[in-house]
Design a protein around this ligand. Structure first.
Ligand code: SF4
Length: 496
């Protein structure tokens, strides 16, 4: 889709079907490459592998010594835009970065000017920046910057970083970026580029992921390792919390520590849901961690039943672990239509109301007469869970038991994940028993926070005095105070 305003969501679009906000949504994926011929092709492939982190829009910026900086930003999937030879020819150079994003609740109907990477022209040359995360003091920063004369081009929080860089008195762009990011609170993983350098930064708590890869003589940075695999890059290591790497084709990787060291608070939900199961986080396979979550879930919440079924696709590894631990047979009782996408059919009201049935169908022959355990990654509003339960009962199941591979999601995320307001979260207003009745199932159980920590490799469970991860959406304990939201009236959890 060419530049312009976002089109209205199509009722047959995968996201539109899921638009009741019944899943938390990661808002961005980022990728950068330096020292490779036609970097834009690598960036496009990397972004394609990260499409699960953002499906609304994507953008790529490249630099070529003859052609200078070039950029393309488009709504829609990477595969529908950045496969066109005509477009890719406009993005020459051996250095490039890219970004994919989801629409957030407040930005439906966003304009192309909100699509990253953002670009700024400084006295020492241009720089482009792509940001994954959320700046929790963005309102205050924007107000200050506007009062001092900055002219914002977009409604995105991430643009603050470019304006803070413009006001810095440092002599080079990496130092200006350090200056800017020291003013920023919240969660950020950033890839940026100058004419010669690829730069990667993670916030001091390391809330959002960023990994380093090597490809031939070149280097790349990505939100997840699955984006390295697709281009045949070798995984080198994670960028550490609070680390900035400055990479050139000639000198390789230089590491800086611009921030005061703090205990790491990586997002534990990356293990549960956001990251792709074929990615590696902290040296651990995401798939294996999810399988282990299923094992813990079965230990904590056993139930007599005939069949363990995943809610596809994200519940599958946990369901495999649950079935293995419980000894109850695993079966694909729900089948996902892999080809949901935009279609030329103009849907009627009747079709629109089919909702989840457009995406998921019950395997009746398997379900009929059975006591079924459904394993899902999370319950957000509960709307999808209710519909799935109805489908399973319609197919003749004798009993339906929900087992959830995360603790109750009772608090919104302010660190780069699209979450409904607190009052819309089922677990914010109901006890487990009330949720069970509301969903109309025979039983409903969640993994405990300690069980989740054990599954991600913390044998002793959660360290209450200094939790090893960010788990604010479950615990209400926010590692960075969401200053803007508190000003807007958000009530933090009262101290116990
Ligand atoms: S609040 Fe939840 S989703 Fe957000 S960063 Fe923390 S653990 Fe991840």
């Amino acid at each position: 889709m060419p530049d312009g305003n976002m089109p209205p969501a199509h009722p047959f679009d995968f996201d539109a079907v899921n638009s009741d906000g019944d899943k938390l949504k990661e808002e961005c994926g980022i990728f950068g490459a330096v020292g490779v011929t036609d970097a834009a092709n690598f960036v496009a492939l990397g972004l394609h592998a990260l499409q699960h982190r953002g499906q609304e829009a994507g953008g790529i910026v490249t630099y070529d010594p003859v052609e200078g900086f070039n950029s393309a930003r488009r709504f829609g999937y990477v595969r529908d835009n950045f496969t066109s030879q005509t477009l890719m020819k406009t993005l020459p150079g051996a250095l490039g970065i890219g970004h994919v994003r989801y629409s957030t609740a407040g930005s439906k109907g966003a304009a192309i000017r909100d699509v990253q990477p953002f670009f700024g022209e400084f006295s020492m040359g241009g720089a482009a920046i792509a940001h994954n995360g959320n700046i929790t003091n963005a309102d205050a920063l924007r107000r200050e910057l506007v009062e001092r004369g900055s002219i914002f081009q977009s409604s995105s929080d991430s643009e603050c970083i470019i304006h803070l860089m413009a006001r810095s008195l440092q002599r080079n762009i990496p130092e200006r970026m350090e200056d800017a990011l020291r003013r920023v609170e919240g969660a950020f993983s950033v890839v940026a580029m100058t004419r010669t350098k690829l730069i990667g930064v993670r916030d001091p708590l390391g809330v959002r992921p960023l990994v380093l890869g090597k490809i031939g003589e070149g280097w790349c940075l990505a939100s997840e390792t699955c984006a390295l695999d697709i281009i045949g890059a070798e995984y080198v290591r994670e960028i550490e919390p609070g680390e900035m790497v400055v990479i050139t084709a000639e000198d390789g990787v230089q590491s800086h520590r611009p921030f005061r060291p703090q205990p790491s608070k990586f997002c534990i939900f990356e293990h549960v849901y956001f990251s792709r199961p074929d990615s590696i986080i902290g040296g651990q396979s995401v798939y294996e961690t999810r399988r282990q979550i299923g094992v813990e879930l079965a230990r904590e919440n056993p139930v007599e039943a005939d069949l363990v079924c995943p809610v596809p696709d994200s519940g599958t590894p946990a369901a495999i672990g649950f079935a293995h631990e419980s000894g109850i047979p695993f079966g694909m009782g729900i089948i996902r239509n892999q080809y949901m996408g935009r279609t030329f059919i103009e849907p009627t009201e009747h079709i629109r109301n089919m909702g989840v049935r457009l995406k998921l169908n019950v395997n009746r022959a398997l379900i009929k007469g059975k006591r079924v355990i459904l394993v899902d990654d999370s319950v957000v509003r509960g709307t999808t869970s209710r519909k799935i339960k109805e489908m399973i009962l319609d197919a003749g199941a004798a009993e339906v038991h929900f087992r959830i591979a995360s603790p109750p999601t009772a608090w919104p995320c302010f660190y780069g994940v699209d979450t409904p307001q607190r009052e819309k979260l089922l677990a914010a207003t109901m006890s487990e028993e009330e949720m069970c009745q509301h969903l109309g199932v025979d039983s409903l159980k969640f993994i405990s926070l300690d069980g989740l920590y054990r599954a991600v490799g913390e044998a002793e469970g959660r360290d209450k005095s200094c939790p090893q991860y960010c788990d604010a959406c479950f615990s209400g304990e926010y590692p960075v105070e969401p200053a803007d939201m508190i000003k807007k009236g958000f009530q933090m959890k009262a101290a116990e």
